[in-house]
Design a protein around this ligand. Structure first.
Ligand code: S3P
Length: 171
């Protein structure tokens, strides 16, 4: 069983889908932001504030190297910028969770924990900038993905079923 790497823009639901897959399959699930927070004993937001974004990107690179060398049979959810890792395809099958920008923002805003979800993501602080980042990234996400899942108006359960089916075919 190859690793499955979930990529996609902030707030698209990578974490919820990863948890759903872990619940309904034999995959163990880990998350790159969680690993970074444990290693640094600090929230991502605080790492951005104290050390800056480039330091965070260096931590992502360290995690990518470790994943490639040491992790097998695992479902890996990632931060929205993790897709830039040079060895991404060596880590596992890359699955993009895709949705239009406005749908992603709507989804975050409708969440019961909306305030917290927005607050913990420094790159969503300015929605104009966030849209620019989305437009820059979307073609790159599409390019690097082995499997693309349109998650618009689908539950995490529906997405997880679709992913498991497509991954099986791809392997
Ligand atoms: C980032 C996304 C965040 C987190 C960091 C940077 C990005 O993760 O890694 O704030 O560059 O898109 P989520 O995609 O889980 O929000």
């Amino acid at each position: 069983m190859k690793n499955v790497v979930l990529i996609g823009y902030m707030g698209v639901g990578k974490g919820s889908v990863a948890r759903e897959i872990a619940k309904n399959s034999s995959y163990m699930a880990i998350d790159t932001d969680d690993i970074i927070e444990s290693l640094q004993n600090k929230r991502v937001k605080k790492i951005f504030e104290d050390e800056g974004e480039s330091y965070f990107r260096k931590l992502e690179k360290d995690v990518a190297n470790w994943l490639e060398k040491s992790v097998k049979n695992t479902l890996i959810s990632t931060g929205g910028g993790f897709y830039k890792q040079k060895n991404l395809k060596e880590i596992g099958i890359v699955v993009l969770l895709d949705s239009p920008f406005d749908e992603i923002i709507k989804r975050i805003k409708e969440h019961p924990n909306a305030k917290k979800k927005l607050k913990k993501r420094p790159l969503l602080a300015d929605l104009k900038e966030a849209k620019k980042l989305y437009d820059e990234r979307r073609p790159e996400y599409l390019k690097v993905a082995d499997i693309i899942i349109d998650v618009t108006n689908k539950s995490a359960k529906e997405c997880s079923k679709e992913i498991l089916k497509k991954v099986k075919k791809h392997a």
